[in-house]
Design a protein around this ligand. Sequence first.
Ligand code: JFZ
Length: 444
Amino acid sequence: MNNARRYSLLLLFFALILILLPDTTRGQSTYEPTPENLQARREYQDMKFGMFIHWGVYSVLGDGEWVFHNRKLTVDEYNRLPMFFDPEKFDAHTWVSLAKAAGMKYITITSRHHDGFAMFDSKVSDWNIVARTPYKKDPLKMLADECHKQGIKLFFYYSQLDWHNVDYYPRGATDWKNGRPDHGDFNSYLDNYMDGQLTELLTNYGPIGGIWFDGMWDKPNADWHLEKTYALIHKLQPAALIIPNHHQTPRPGEDVQTFERDLPGQNSAGFNTTYISTQLPLEMSNTLNDSWGFNIGDSHYKSAEEVERELVRAAGNNSNLLMNIGPYPNGEIDPQFQTRLRAVGEWLSKYGDSIYGTRGGPIAPADWGVTTQKGNNIYVHVLNWTTPLLALAPIQSKITAAHVLADNQPITFTQNNDGVVLKLPPATQNESDRVIVLMVSSGN
Ligand code: JFZ
């Protein structure tokens, strides 16, 4: 058999291998979301507003969740931190009740951040809160029970990046010499350690909303066994949503596209993709001050109005908003966070109809504001407009009536093929959002 013939057969063989072999960096190639997963996605989009919680042994140092890395500590030095973590003031009822009072419908908490420390009772490793802290209890168990009791969905943030585990090897972009040996078994880290803990999180805490992954950006070209891990999650809890914060285009097997510190498609943070999925629910995450984990020096709090406007702009971009707090190491929540969250909850008790259960409206987001829609209602959120008349792009549906959401005051409007013009009521003092309801006839 001549070389050319042997070479073409080899090429054919490789091509077949490539076609047949699942490309594990591509995610769960044959993923068909189950009906309950699609239902969970719709419910997720209806929820619109969630509480992000960054809490861990790093909170003890009050210098954010990257303190292990930022202070270039060694593993031996960091290993002492858990003995100082004893959150005697932690009360799951208080945390879940605050989320509800804020109008938040789900909670996403750090079950494990980049320091690899499990904030739950893990049999996979004793680098966890029950084995290594004087607290010896599992706060995620208490939180899961309380969330189920109060009808709040619970999601687990889970870091794929691990600065502590020796088998997180080869190290990644954030590596520093912290005392770990220069060898390790990454496949075992993924298949035994990570998948082992994900199995615990999706088995021992009842129905879970999903897993919020983070950290792949540390080794973007590594084979993270996504095919296997995503299939495991969808097998254990088909309705659980996989939400990867990898800042890249969504892969098969993923259920939500999340953007960090940016509205979908924007990239002021510098690491977000500008690709916006038209298939998947969208979410943006941000924090109530400038830190994710508790940072004693960060008093740069956003105002309640700023949070309301960010929630509205997210909804107008067909996206959820996941707003973060970093609780104190003793388990209490900063009163500054509480005041603002309760004020947002007040606002939502009045304006919630124009947010919950909506999708992005028929008119593209703009500087003046955004639109959301639900059933025969289109909500025009006037966020930045000072003159009485507001001219909008044409919309398909025929407007039958218009009124101010806050006080039902009728609004005069004109509608033709060139667009819609609304005669707006004057803005009231520190009003974060002037909402006009356009009722449209369902026919067309
Ligand atoms: C990541 C985490 O590192 C951070 O601690 C927090 O959990 C946040 C929600 O997500 O933040 C990142 C991740 C990657 C980059 C920047 C912030 N990056 O690649 O520049």
